[in-house]
Every structure is written in C-alpha cells, then in structure tokens.
Design a protein around this ligand. Structure first.
Ligand SMILES: Nc1ncnc2c1ncn2[C@@H]1O[C@H](COP(=O)(O)OP(=O)(O)OP(=O)(O)O)[C@@H](O)[C@H]1O
Length: 634
C-alpha cells in the first residue's frame, strides 16, 4: 500500500482481478447491462436508507425524496449515475468495491471454461454487479457519503479496473453515491442521451423510485440559456403493487434480475395480491439455474420483505419452507409492523399463515408449469428436483401435492432421465395392480439391472428406478400416493396379489416344499449372516438375490448412514434362491459339503455385488471362484 498525504492506493483482492478480466471479455456483447446493475445498486441503496430512517429519520436530512439521476455528457465522454440513498463510509467502500465479499469465489472461478458464452452464463449466475461498469469504462470514479456522516467524511474512489484502486477523502454535501464512468472509445454510444434513455426504459421500469434524466431542450430554451430540468423516465412504482394485466413479461423478467442478481431469465413466476384477513402482495419466481451455493445449507435464501412498500429485509426465510429455498421474490405485507425483526417474524402466527399460503402458491405454480410446458418443467426438475424431494419429510400437509410434482426414471423406457410422474405410472398400471413398485440402486444402471426386476419385467409390470441418494428415504416418507402403497421390490416377501396367476402361486408352494432340504443346508452354511433363506419366484435369470426384511433399514440408507459414520442398526438380509436356475439345481445335487459351502458363499457374495454392496472378504471370494474355475477346466 502506498500512501501520499491522504490518498491511498490499494490492490484488488486476487479473485476480484480475475473476475473483472473475465467479465469484461465475456460480457462484451451485452454491454448495456452495466446500467441495469448500477441502477439496481442505487435502488438497493435507497431501500436501505428508507429502512434505516424508520428508526433514525434524521438520516434523510433535508432530502427525503429518494431518486436516481443519470446524466450523459458527450464532451467529457462520461455517464454519471447518482443516487441519494444510504451511501458508503470509507470502510464500506473498501469492503464493497475492493473485494468480492462472498465465500467460495475462488472455487467458483475454477468452473470457468474459457468459452465466452458459457462463462457469461456462469458469471451471470454469480452476479456481475458494480464491476460491470468496466465493460464500458476504462476509468470509474465513485463519490459517496454515508447518510449521517458529515460532508467532510465523503470518499472518492477511483480505478482503471486493472490491478488497484485509489481512495481519498473529499467534501460532499449531498448524501448518497455518484458513479462516474469514463467511457472507452468503443462505448461512446453511452454518452448519448437517447441511447441511454431507451436502455433505462428497458431495464428500470420496475424500479420503484424515479430514475431521472434531463428533459431535452428546445432550441429556444438552449438559446435563452435555460437550465435543463429533470424528468422521470420510468414507471417508478413498485411492480408488485401494479395490476397483473398492466405488467409486461419483460418487466417481470427485469425485476427478477434486479432482485435475484441472476443474469438468466426465470422459468416462471406468480404474482398475487391477497385481501381479507391478511393483506399482502407476493411475486415469486422459479429460477432457471441453481445458485452456485445451493447445496450450502447456510447459503442465503428467502424472499425480500417489504412492509407497506418499505423495504425491510433481504432473505426473509420465514415465508417459505427450506425445500423451496430456490424460490426468489418479494412479499409486501400491510399487516406487519415496520419495525419487524427476524425474531418477531419467527413467532408471528400471521407469518405462518402467509407461509402456508405462499407454499401452496409455489406448488401450484410448479404444477401449472408441468402441465403447460413439459420441457421447462424438465429443466426445473433437473436443477431443483433433488431439493424438492426434501419436501414430503419437511411438509407433511403438502405431501400429496409435492408427490404430484416428482419425476422418476422407470422400467417403462429404462432411460436414466427422470421424466415420469406418479400419475403417469398409475395410468399405466396393470389391471389388478394395487401398489406402486420401486427399486433402489447405487446408480441408474444398478437399479435398472437389479435382479429384483426380473419377474416384473417378465410380467410387464412397471417399476420406478431410483438411484438418487435421497430416494430410499423419500419413499419411506411418502408411504403412499393416491391411495396406492409405494412398495420396494427388494423388501419383504414378494406378493404380487392379483397380478400372480393362480398356477404361479401353486408352483411357488410346490417349489418351496421340494427345496426344503436345500434351504436348510444353505441356512447352515450362512448361519449368522442371514435372517432367513428361502426360495423365490422373483428371479428368472439370476440364481439368487438379497432381500431386506419388512421392517429393516434399506440397503441404500444403510450405506449412506455408514458413510456418514453413523451407527446403523445391525440387520441381516434375507437370501433368496431361484430353484429354477441351473446353478441352484446343481447346488441341490452337490454331495461334497466343502464344494457346496464354497458355491453357496459365492452365490451369496454375488448377490451382494448385484446390490452394489461390498462383499465382506473379496480375496476369499476370488479364491473360491478361481478354485471352481480350475475344477471346471480340468
Ligand atoms: N450506489 C450504491 N450505494 C451504496 N452502496 C453501494 C452502491 N453500489 C454498490 N454498493 C455496495 O457495494 C456492494 C457491492 O456491489 P455489487 O453490485 O458488486 O454487488 P451486489 O449488489 O451486492 O451483488 P451483485 O454482484 O449480485 O450485483 C453492494 O452490496 C453495496 O453494499
């Protein structure tokens, strides 16, 4: 750091430098977005001031009408954006404009590919913010004074967007922030009043405070030397207060970008005004892309809360459940008090009623999207499906509604993509089928090749193929859908009820009787390792498989808990043999007890492998298998 009398020069944080460079390159074709970002910041600054002035009205000084002005100047090749919002102190300037105050930035930057289009999207997800000024400017100056500080504690920040920035104290009578962009030669169109006016119209109609520019003057006025006057060029009304029919899609989209700091368009939105016992307006959006920190449970979530048009807080998470944490939006209440805090929100029963109404709205919005636009819904599902799957456990009341929104891979087409709803499944159910069958595997391939499916495939009964980590748990939480039980095909005795022909049942009983001795012999070998050995009718191609007891913990769940280092209740599997398989028939005839034992253990280990489970002693397995192979080749 070098310091002259009072001017200091500081280096940008390494990551900020990197991001800046990438951003200028990848967003070059979409230069005008800098205006959106700077106006968005100015509007946030006004919101913050309004909020702080609830407690400290003196912060408004003699200047209570909050506004943003934009002034272009062809002679100086500048465009200047000024607000009379909260402003920044010296420390805040350093903190906000010298670093990228977000965790995970470095990690995030590793995802960038060098492909301009892809990177622009990624950068968009991250939020370009203030730095976008450098897309069009080779020098940016900021003059700012925090509300409440004296005029001589204002700050002048300046940077060419390369390695460093300077900062010095200045006098500034006006509260708030002024950003002066010295335009690059290839961006001089932004010194043109009309060009800027049209961009602002496009990007700022949803901003609730006036965005003003100079009125154009007649030749006479210019001759007379009349001072130019400002005029408001946007709607300057909170968007969510306006009637749905008055608001254009583009305005909804721009408003989304403003509140979410997302560069991409939202997938869909829902705008509502509620009157009656509780009065509030809500505007909720489903994003297209997940934020880079979606899986960080402490990441910011929740809606922007306003009370009677006054901004109160960002990330008010009390209005939506955790499993809808991807939703962005605004809630404006007429009933809450202006000095409401997070603690009060947590206890207020009105907030609970709003939460349940807003939750329904989001679920309805998703249902509508699924009906109207399958492709978009699929995009949603791919991005947020895993989060939505947390729903049935968190929100018992809406279990059925959430279940309707779930999508699965199934044996109907065996594709890994999760595109089938439970309703689709039910529509295809066989006559006499009462349950919804599913199989759980470590991966899609494992689920779809599971031996448990053999009899289902033979009989043409569809099975959901589940392989996401939460699936086993999700199915347990759901229990049933539309009056039909969800049944794990790898659990308990297989009873296909009416789906089994009478002769199949008789055949099964006959086989069980015939193989009573074999079952006992196998049981003797696997003593202590299994709960039970029995013959099965669920296999057609495989010799044997493992089944989980009706009340035991599922294999996927067990693995997840073990990996997480948790104690897992000790449950032993049931070992089922396919009496029609040649290997099992050979086994039945094997008189040599040692060979019999080896074969049983090989089959037992193989059944583990088919489940994606580990075998207890892999080298013993290989030894036994090789011994048998050698004997065969003799
Ligand atoms: N006009 C302004 N008045 C007061 N503070 C501002 C102004 N512009 C920026 N800031 C401060 O600088 C911070 C960084 O701004 P920047 O635009 O880079 O990021 P952001 O608005 O927080 O998020 P995003 O990067 O997603 O836009 C803001 O959070 C705010 O605290």
């Amino acid at each position: 750091m070098s310091a002259t009398a009072e001017k200091e020069t500081m280096g940008f944080q390494t990551e900020a430098k990197q991001l800046l460079k990438l951003m200028i390159h990848s967003l070059y074709s979409n230069k005008e977005i800098f205006l959106r970002e700077l106006i968005s910041n100015a509007s946030d600054a006004a919101d913050k001031l309004r909020f702080e002035s609830l407690e400290a009205p003196e912060l408004l000084e003699e200047d209570p009408d909050l506004k943003i002005t934009v002034v272009t100047n062809k002679d100086t090749k500048t465009i200047t954006i000024t607000d009379n919002g909260i402003g920044m102190s010296k420390d805040e300037v350093i903190q906000n404009l010298g670093t990228i105050a977000r965790s995970g930035t470095a990690e995030y930057l590793k995802n960038l590919t060098g492909d301009k289009k892809k990177d622009a999207q990624l950068i968009g997800q991250f939020g370009v913010g203030f730095y976008s000024a450098f897309i069009v400017a080779d020098r940016v100056e900021v003059f700012t004074r925090r509300a409440g500080l004296p005029a001589n504690e204002a700050v002048h920040w300046e940077s060419t967007g390369e390695a460093d920035f300077s900062i010095e104290p200045v006098e500034r009578a006006e509260r708030g922030t002024q950003v002066v962009l010295h335009l690059r030669d290839d961006s001089l169109d932004f010194a043109d009043d009309w060009r800027v006016r049209s961009v602002i119209k496009k990007y700022s109609d949803h901003i609730s405070l006036p965005v003003m520019m100079y009125k154009s003057q007649s030749e006479e006025e210019i001759k007379e030397g009349a001072l130019p006057e400002f005029e408001t060029i946007n709607e300057a009304k909170a968007l969510w207060v306006r009637n749905r029919t008055e608001v254009k899609d583009e305005e909804y989209i721009e408003f989304y970008k403003h509140i979410s700091h997302d560069f991409n368009e939202p997938l869909t939105w829902s705008h509502n005004k509620v009157e009656g016992k509780l009065e509030y307006a809500s505007l909720l959006y489903i994003p297209e892309k997940a934020p880079f920190d979606m899986w960080n449970r402490d990441a910011n979530r929740g809606v922007k809360l306003y009370v009677q048009r006054t901004f109160i807080m960002d990330e008010a998470e009390q209005f939506l459940p955790l499993y809808l944490r991807f939703v962005k939006g605004v809630v404006d209440s007429n009933d809450l008090s202006l000095n409401v805090s997070r603690e009060i929100l947590q206890k207020d029963p009105n907030v609970d009623s709003m939460k349940s109404a807003l939750t329904k709205r989001v679920l309805d919005m998703l249902e509508k999207l699924a009906k109207k636009d399958t492709e978009k819904y699929q995009t949603f599902w791919k991005t947020f499906g895993q989060v939505l799957k947390e729903g049935p456990a968190e929100d018992f009341a809406n279990r059925e509604k959430i279940a309707k929104l779930l999508r699965f891979a199934t044996s109907h087409d065996n594709k890994a993509e999760q595109t089938h709803s439970l309703d689709d499944y039910i529509a295809r159910m066989k006559e006499g089928q009462k349950e919804i069958f599913y199989v759980v595997g470590e991966s899609h391939a494992m689920a779809s090749n599971s031996p448990h499916l053999e009899v289902f495939r033979k009989k043409g009964i569809e099975v959901l193929l589940l392989s996401d980590r939460v699936d086993d748990w999700l199915m347990n939480q759901l229990g049933e859908y539309d009056g039909k039980q969800l049944k794990d095909v790898g659990r308990g005795e297989l009873d296909l009820g009416e789906l089994d022909a009478e002769e199949d049942k008789k055949q099964k009983e006959k086989l069980a009787k015939e193989h009573k001795d074999l079952v006992e012999r196998v049981q003797g070998i696997l003593e202590g390792k299994v709960q039970e050995v029995r013959v099965t009718n669920r296999l057609t191609d495989s010799p044997a498989c493992l089944v989980v007891g009706d009340y035991d913990i599922g294999m996927q769940m067990k693995r997840i808990l073990e990996q997480a280092g948790q104690d897992v209740p000790d449950s032993k599997p049931i070992f089922e043999l396919n009496p029609e398989h040649p290997l099992v028939q050979k086994l039945d005839k094997e008189a040599d007890e040692d060979r019999f034992g080896d074969l049983v253990e090989i089959l037992f280990d193989q059944a583990h492998l088919a489940e994606g489970a580990d075998i207890e002693d892999p080298s013993a397995y290989i030894r036994k298998l090789n011994k048998l192979l050698l004997e065969m080749s003799r």
